[in-house]
Design a protein around this ligand. Structure first.
Ligand code: MN
Length: 204
């Protein structure tokens, strides 16, 4: 298998009570594993693509043969988005970023609260399945956006720094239809040290 399902960087119950162990298990061992398997099946006869990182593939979808391009966009996006998603959460999360990331957020959004409001709105109002993102562009400017289905900001030349999965499978078991409650609770899980690391990497 070219692409491996990464192990969770914490125990399945580490995100309680904001994200319950059952949701994490179904999400990681079920949905994320399925994207991984489907991507590997798609690329079975494409060793050139197997040799690339998922970020590289998503950045250059036009290099993927047309007959599998949409499927790779969906399954590869699902694989890469979830890889990233698990890393920006953790126990003892929440609060606010510090230092350079805090300064960049203040510069581009006015304040942390304004950023938080904008991200929350993107996540809450995104219609249907998708993701909310904090991204950096090539000049280092930060912005908030949402993507549909499993689309990745990499495919638009942007570098993700933070994301929230707003597919129903991310919250339905615990929050049912109350996506807004899930989003409010999720802020308590954000691992700002990791986000700051992604921000520093994006500036190299
Ligand atoms: Mn998901």
């Amino acid at each position: 298998m070219a692409f491996q399902l990464p192990a969770l960087p914490y125990a399945v119950d580490a995100l309680e009570p904001f994200m319950d162990a059952k949701t994490v298990t179904v999400h990681h061992d079920g949905h994320h594993a399925t994207y991984t398997n489907n991507l590997n099946a798609l690329l079975e006869n494409h060793p050139d693509l197997q040799a690339k990182s998922i970020e590289d593939i998503l950045r250059n979808l036009n290099d993927v043969p047309e007959e599998i391009r949409t499927a790779v966009r969906n399954q590869g996006g699902g694989y890469g988005n979830h890889n990233f998603f698990w890393t920006i959460m953790g126990p003892n999360g929440g609060g606010e970023p510090s230092a350079e990331l805090a300064a960049a957020i203040a510069r581009d959004f006015g304040s942390f609260d304004a950023f938080k409001q904008q991200f929350t709105k993107a996540a809450t109002t995104h219609f249907g399945s998708g993701w909310a993102w904090l991204v950096a562009d090539g000049t280092g400017k930060l912005s908030v956006l949402s993507t549909a289905n499993q689309d990745s900001p990499y495919s638009n030349g942007l570098t993700p720094l933070l994301t929230l999965d707003v597919w129903e499978h991310a919250y339905y078991l615990k929050y049912q239809s109350k996506r807004a409650d899930f989003i409010n609770a999720w802020w308590n899980l954000v691992n700002w040290n990791q986000v700051a690391e992604y921000h520093a990497d994006s500036r190299k």
